[in-house]
Design a protein around this ligand. Sequence first.
Ligand SMILES: *[C@@H]1O[C@H](CO)[C@@H](O)[C@H](O)[C@H]1NC(C)=O
Ligand SMILES: *[C@@H]1O[C@H](CO)[C@@H](O)[C@H](O)[C@H]1NC(C)=O
Ligand SMILES: *[C@@H]1O[C@H](CO)[C@@H](O)[C@H](O)[C@H]1NC(C)=O
Length: 291
Amino acid sequence: MPSSCSKTHISLLVIFLFSLHLCAHAGDLDQNIEINWGNDQAQMLNSGQLLTLSLDRASGSGFQSKNEYLFGKFHMQLKLVPGNSAGTVTTYYLRSQGSTSWEEIDFEFLGNLSGDPYILHTNIYTQGNGNREQQFYLWFDPTADFHTYSILWNPQFIIFYVDDIPIREYKNSVSIDIPFPTKEPMRIHGSLWDGEGWATRGGSVKTNWTEAPFTASYRNFSANACVWSSGASPCAVNSSDATWMTQVLDPKEVEKLKWVVRNHMIYDYCADSKRFPDGFPPECAVTVIKE
Ligand SMILES: *[C@@H]1O[C@H](CO)[C@@H](O)[C@H](O)[C@H]1NC(C)=O
Ligand SMILES: *[C@@H]1O[C@H](CO)[C@@H](O)[C@H](O)[C@H]1NC(C)=O
Ligand SMILES: *[C@@H]1O[C@H](CO)[C@@H](O)[C@H](O)[C@H]1NC(C)=O
């Protein structure tokens, strides 16, 4: 499917008065994604409808989006490594290329022994620093079928969704100086790699290479986003085309997020007082969603 792009000029906020290429990409992965690691360990199948990544002792594999984006709403469907996936890490994330400031918004799926739960590990790096982990158990078997994992990234919020259920919100603030990624464009990335040193039960369960190759599948990528073109001014959006640019959680979604926090969150850095004896990072004060 060809992508539909339009060029628009709009003022969203005074500080976001820009021009951009606003694009909605959907459908075939090969239009939007290129394999950048692992050669034939990564395969584009079914005329670009399906992408598989595999990992063996020699190599993992990965891909990245052809475009860079500055803000957007990104969807991907993933089916994780089945059976004994202990030691493996499957990822789907946004990352900046820029050397000035390292920005990243991460979904990482930490594998496990057959029958034991994956951990969904999330993190946000901005201005070169991460250390913003939240972890969850999923409420379904992520290896049995495809599920949709989405990232909303606009100037006010980063929201992680699983099957349209918000699992994490990271809020920008004008009143407190919150580190928030607003300047560097990012690419979508995905990878499957060996993380046996830490992934499963803190690294005590290793990858069992007799079960290799391990394979994870990706499909149905879509991006409602500002596509960055280098040299041009940064992005802005036409509000009629881009409700995501000002999207916030509605009251029903807040209830869903609370349900996730109450029942499925297993780690929150903003609740780890041992780790931050001198006080929590500033964004913890505006994270309104608590159980
Ligand atoms: C693996 O299973 C164990 C036992 O249920 C659990 O403690 C752990 O959180 C699971 N996930 C990972 C990635 O270790
Ligand atoms: C690794 O997998 C093989 C094949 O499934 C199994 O026979 C073996 O016991 C496993 N090794 C460990 C250390 O669990
Ligand atoms: C593909 O994703 C879009 C949303 O981005 C969704 O509407 C559609 O149902 C998905 N297709 C499948 C086969 O799940």
